[in-house]
Design a protein around this ligand. Structure first.
Ligand SMILES: Cc1ncc(COP(=O)(O)O)c(C=O)c1O
Length: 445
């Protein structure tokens, strides 16, 4: 399909319907500053989703700009085998100081999906090194861990995964911790994390074959911004411990203060065996991810040449110095600004503004955790009946919002907000008021 702008004819966009692309050509962004993006026509957009969660400190942050500039003048890249840049070394020291106690070893890769791939391989190789055949994974229903095949095998969103599960590999999945539509018929008051009984059953039947349990702590992002209570994590950890199954926390979206704690697992007071981080790590500047592990896990990868124990995984750009410099500065800013503690007032305001959206009859659920907010829109609030997908309410309201200078990217009919932490209280009000107006416009179209 040819577009009116011939410069688009060579591009293949992710998660984008080609018809939409020709009906609504993408806005070409030429500049960013703080919370805002500017297109080539000079229009300004409030980036309510931090350009897919990465821009945690805002666009073109002066300190990160300067740090990347300094690194550019020294070294752009060096392989990380037999060599390491001083930037990657410095980053390991700062990141290690921030990690939950017990997580000490840092393996760099390029993005969230590859961080998950590395975690899965580490778990498999760990068990092989211990002479055990544990080759399966269990993950949470409704989870998302990236788009590479291994990461997809532990994902469980039918629209994204079913075609590929049939063709390649699918793993084991628990019930989804989707509180608004609880699979166990519980509510907030009666919940005792019953959705994790499904995990307990899987482990009772197959625990000896399972290498690890993979999960997004506290919030399932791409699955529909589903916030779930810490007790689910506590029950998950207890079950995994009972069967000696490793825990892999995918903090790609939730890490670095987003949920109101530095890492989401802290809400439940638990530390996983392996943790994946990416997205906000470089402040949104350059692709970089890390898979971090406990020392006991790393110990299984140590030995002399004949033991053949080294991790058989690596990426060309592993530990890239420019990305490491951006990440180091991002972590310094988080530390110095006391994030996430300093975000409590903004989070409370986000929550109260979103609550006020319940005045719209079609707002079925309001979910907030730290600097994450979401509204689930439904056709019938009483029965929770969703809109017919072809109504495309989420898509329509995002178009309305864009015309009002607000960048949203709803997941189906779930509208969500993950702005940069620098957002002011006035801007939070503007963001939610504009979204509320856009929802009303889309519903009444
Ligand atoms: C929880 C989670 N894991 C993994 C990924 C994949 O990250 P990336 O898109 O950087 O590969 C994402 C991306 O949204 C995510 O939300």
């Amino acid at each position: 399909m040819k577009s009116s702008d011939s410069s688009l004819d060579h591009l293949w966009f992710p998660f984008t319907c080609s018809q939409d692309l020709s009906d609504f050509p993408p806005r070409v962004i030429t500049r960013g500053e703080g919370l805002y993006l500017y297109d080539r026509e000079g229009r300004r957009y409030l980036d309510a989703i931090g350009s897919w969660w990465v821009s945690i400190l805002g666009h073109r942050h002066p300190r990160i700009n300067a740090a990347v500039g300094r690194q550019l003048d020294k070294l752009e890249h060096v392989l990380m085998a037999g060599f390491v840049s001083d930037a990657a070394l410095n980053l390991s020291t700062s990141l290690a100081a921030m990690l939950p106690p017990g997580l000490t070893r840092i393996f760099y890769s390029d993005d969230g999906s590859t961080a998950v791939e590395a975690a899965l391989k580490i778990a498999l190789q760990y068990w092989a090194a211990r002479g055990r055949r544990r080759t399966a994974f269990v993950s949470l229903g409704g989870g998302y861990h990236g788009d590479t095949l291994g990461a997809m095998s532990v994902g469980n969103i039918p629209a994204y995964h079913s075609l590929f599960h049939d063709t390649f590999k699918s793993q084991l999945y628990t019930d989804a911790p989707y509180c608004y539509r609880c699979p166990c018929g519980r509510n907030k008051a009666s919940c005792n994390a019953e959705c994790m009984e499904s995990l307990e059953r899987i482990l009772a039947a197959k625990g000896e074959t399972i290498a690890a349990c993979v999960f997004e702590p506290m919030l399932q992002g791409a699955g529909g911004m589903r916030v779930y209570p810490a007790k689910v994590l506590n029950r998950l950890f207890a079950a995994c411990k009972a069967y000696g199954v490793l825990t892999i926390a995918d903090e790609v979206a939730t890490g670095f203060g987003r949920t109101g704690k530095l890492f989401a697992c802290e809400h439940a007071g638990v530390t996983p065996d392996i943790m994946c981080v990416a997205k906000g790590l470089t402040g949104g500047y350059l692709p970089m991810a890390a898979t971090v592990a406990r020392e006991e896990i790393y110990a299984e990868f140590c030995g002399d040449y004949s033991s053949n124990r080294e991790l058989t995984h690596g990426h060309t750009f592993t530990g890239n110095p420019l990305a490491a410099a951006a990440a180091c500065e991002t972590l310094a800013i988080l530390r110095e600004e006391g994030i996430p503690q300093s975000l409590a007032t903004k989070s409370a305001l986000l929550a109260s503004k979103l609550e006020s959206c319940r005045e719209i009859e079609e707002v079925g659920d309001v979910r907030v955790l730290g600097m994450i907010g979401a509204l689930e829109l439904v056709a019938d609030r009483r029965t929770k009946r969703p809109f017919a997908p072809e109504k495309r309410i989420g898509f329509k309201l995002a178009r309305k919002a864009l015309d009002k200078g607000l960048l949203l990217r709803p997941l189906g009919d779930v509208v969500y907000f993950v702005p940069a932490y620098i957002i002011t209280e006035d801007e939070i009000c503007t963001m939610i008021d504009t979204a509320r107006d856009s929802i009303k416009d889309a519903l009444h179209e």
